[in-house]
Structure formats: C-alpha cells, structure tokens
Design a protein around this ligand. Structure first.
Ligand SMILES: *[C@@H]1O[C@H](CO)[C@@H](O)[C@H](O)[C@H]1NC(C)=O
Ligand SMILES: *[C@@H]1O[C@H](CO)[C@@H](O)[C@H](O)[C@H]1NC(C)=O
Length: 244
C-alpha cells in the first residue's frame, strides 16, 4: 500500500516534470503561453542554448534558459520568450487595462554577457499577425535590463520619461517595414515588474503618433542574447488584456 502510493506519486511528478527544448525553433505549450527558443540568427555564431518550462497555468508561467554564445559580435543570436495566447487582437483604443507581472533574475552562470531582458510587443493594422512580417506596423520593446552595453535599434529620442512608475529612455528607428520604439529602463534592472502596459500604449498614442486603431498582435517576454553566457530565470510571468 505504502509502496504503491509512492509509485503513484512519482508518476504524478514525472508527468508534471519540467520539459527542456534544445533545437533552434523548438516551442512548448505552456498553459496560457507558448515558450519558444527562437534562436533566430545563430549563423556564424558558436554556442548553444536550451530552455526549460518549469510550470504553467492559464494565467502564469515559469521558465528558464541557458545560453553560451560566441562570435558574430553585435548581432542578436536569440530571443527565448513566452508569448501570450490570449492577450492580443484588441485595438489600442479599446483597451481598458493590460496588467502584467514579471519576476526574473540571472543565475550563477553569467559571464561576458551582452543582451537584455525585454518585452517584444507587435502592433499592426489587422487584428492578427505574426512578428516581423509584412503585417507588422510597430515593434514596441520594453527593456527591463541592458547587459554589456547593448543598444536598442535606432537613436535615442527622449530620456527620463516617467511611465507606469518607472523612468525610461526612448529609442526609435525603422526595421524593414515596421517602426521600432524601445523603452529602456533609465534606472537599471527592474527585477520585479508589476504594471499596466496600457500606460505605455496610451503614451504611444498620445505622444508618439501611434494610431489608436492599431491592434496588439503579439506580446512576448524574454531575453535577447548577443554574446557570453547566462542562465536566465523567469520565476513568474503573467499578462492579460482587459478590453473596454
Ligand atoms: C542546457 O544547457 C546547460 C548549460 O550549458 C547544460 O549544462 C545542460 O546540460 C543543457 N541541457 C540540455 C537538456 O541540453
Ligand atoms: C545575423 O548575424 C550575422 C552574423 O553575425 C550578422 O552579420 C547579421 O547582421 C545578423 N542579422 C541580423 C538581422 O541581425
């Protein structure tokens, strides 16, 4: 009786055990999210990366990634991230709030690292669309950490802008057919981020000329890796959109 109870328990644990992905474009279903490696530009680079789903539910996801990248300096190798399945398909003018919470840290494997910790949010004219496509109008990044002097695309257009209880330096520039606007934390790492993303969206509409008719097509949260090694942990992440 005791023995079979133990067997049952170990089976439950193995079903719920963490899963690791190692291949370039591997993804894993993760409750209300999808975890993807997205090693999108590793040609010319030396190294490897793997990403592990720790736990997930409809609301919250926990995961980590390990990477070691050398060569191909100044180019982003990967953006391991979680993408929300439901927080999308709403026009900016029709959003009441977009609460998000992200608690993260780098672990002990950490050396010569160049990269960031950032949201990558995609807007377009259609209600749905994939990132980096002809249907993309804007790529909005929110950098909670900048490592090793990495810089956002474009040039800096404003400093010390107060949004959602934090201060940001703004960068703007074109990439193919879409505009990239990046908010980079002006006060160092934000390891525990609890805000309403709608504060950024309303700022973009009122101050940066983004049309309120644009749809949020994709919200991703993860880490861009350029060089070096790191273990990056998302202890807990959630995002949702509440329409008006
Ligand atoms: C993931 O990467 C770490 C660090 O490089 C390594 O120790 C580990 O064995 C890798 N795991 C898998 C499943 O490849
Ligand atoms: C991809 O990496 C190569 C080699 O480092 C680099 O020359 C190229 O600019 C990168 N592409 C992009 C789009 O960043």
């Amino acid at each position: 009786m005791f023995f079979s109870a133990l067997v049952t328990l170990s089976c439950i644990f193995s079903v719920g055990a963490s899963q690791t992905i190692t291949i370039q474009n591997d993804c894993l279903p993760a409750g209300g999210y999808t975890l993807c490696q997205n090693l999108w530009n590793t040609s010319g680079a030396t190294g490897s990366q793997n990403s592990t789903l720790i736990s997930s539910s409809t609301q919250t996801v926990s995961w980590f990634t390990y990477y070691t990248w050398a060569d191909g300096p100044d180019s982003v190798k990967s953006y391991a991230n979680v993408e929300a399945i439901n927080a999308k398909g709403v026009q900016l003018s029709s959003i009441s709030s977009a609460p998000t919470s992200w608690s993260w840290n780098f672990g002990t494997q950490y050396s010569g690292t160049q990269g960031n910790v950032a949201y990558d949010i995609w807007f377009g004219q259609a209600s749905s669309g994939r990132p980096s496509t002809t249907g993309s109008s804007y790529e909005i990044m929110i950098w909670l950490s900048t490592l090793g002097g990495m810089q956002p695309i474009g040039s800096q257009i404003a400093t010390g802008v107060a949004i959602a209880g934090h201060t940001w330096n703004l960068w703007k520039g074109p990439n193919e057919n879409w505009e990239v606007i990046s908010f980079s934390s002006a006060a160092g790492d934000i390891n525990s981020f609890n805000v309403d993303l709608n504060a950024f969206f309303t700022y973009l509409v009122s101050e940066q000329g983004v049309a309120g008719t644009q749809y949020v097509q994709v919200i991703q949260a993860g880490t861009e890796a350029v060089l070096g090694s790191a273990s990056f942990f998302t202890n807990s992440y959630s995002v949702s959109i509440v329409p008006t």
